[in-house]
Design a protein around this ligand. Structure first.
Ligand SMILES: Nc1ncnc2c1ncn2[C@@H]1O[C@H](COP(=O)(O)OP(=O)(O)OP(=O)(O)O)[C@@H](O)[C@H]1O
Ligand SMILES: [Mg+2]
Length: 224
């Protein structure tokens, strides 16, 4: 069970007169066993917060603690291991590999992360749940936006991480799929005791959340 804590994080972009503060004194904790939503308007800092949580960007100040250890004190190799083994990222841009079929996107996970990926039967069930079983030989440019988004969700879950970070995971999905993904994320949190954090504009996901935060102009506050 892995827990990530952010303490008083600031994130600046640019310098001098062009400097902008994308995150201001943000403190946040991932909660294993719970689905947390972060809601906020475009440009409020949601993707910045999520990529800092997942170790893809470093904060300008403040500290990040993983299982009681300051992440800055880890070696680069340990930080990479942590990202690979503990974090599942569903990026806003999906990040599918263009020259690999859907099936090969998952094989790539096997190649990069050699153990603890989902067992074949659980994986087959996930593909059915997300309606992907007939798309395995397609390439990303042959998928609709919603299909690509569901592949990105399945790929992150396939690696069986302890923390799932999802950036607008339902932006391209129709209402029925939003319900399925909301339920799926809730099941993963509640039944598998993982921490699921989703940043979103989609208020339909609120029904599934254990905690809801709002991010406005880089400032985070808890609503529920
Ligand atoms: N690499 C960067 N360099 C400069 N400014 C950046 C960078 N990344 C983000 N920003 C700025 O930080 C602010 C927050 O951006 P961010 O992408 O986190 O917003 P967001 O809430 O995810 O928006 P959206 O809902 O549109 O995805 C914006 O003003 C953006 O222009
Ligand atoms: Mg964003």
């Amino acid at each position: 069970m892995t827990t990530l804590v952010l303490n008083h994080i600031d994130k600046n972009f640019g310098s001098g007169q062009n400097q902008m503060l994308a995150l201001k004194d943000v403190s946040f904790k991932t909660e294993p066993g719970e689905l947390t939503l972060i809601i906020g308007p475009s440009g409020s800092g949601k993707s910045t917060l999520l990529t800092i949580l997942g170790g893809l960007q470093t904060p300008s100040s403040g500290e990040m603690i993983m299982n009681n250890q300051n992440i800055e004190h880890l070696t680069r190799r340990d930080r990479e291991k942590f990202r690979l083994n503990e974090i599942g990222f569903i990026l806003q841009s999906y990040n599918l590999v263009p020259y690999l079929t859907v099936a090969e996107q998952f094989k790539l996970v096997d190649h990069v992360k050699k153990q603890h990926n989902l067992a074949p039967s659980t994986f087959a069930q996930l593909l059915t749940q997300l309606g992907l079983q007939n798309l395995l030989s397609q390439y990303p440019n042959e998928l609709s936006g919603g299909q690509a988004q569901r592949v990105a969700i399945a790929r992150a879950l396939y690696a069986n991480p302890s923390i799932i970070l999802a950036d607008e995971p339902t932006a391209a999905l129709d209402s029925d799929r939003v319900i399925q993904v909301g339920q799926l994320f809730q099941d993963i949190a509640h039944q598998q005791h993982k921490a699921v954090v989703a940043v979103t504009h989609d208020i339909r996901l609120k029904a599934y959340a254990d905690h809801i935060f709002e991010l406005v102009d880089g400032q985070l506050s808890q609503l529920q």
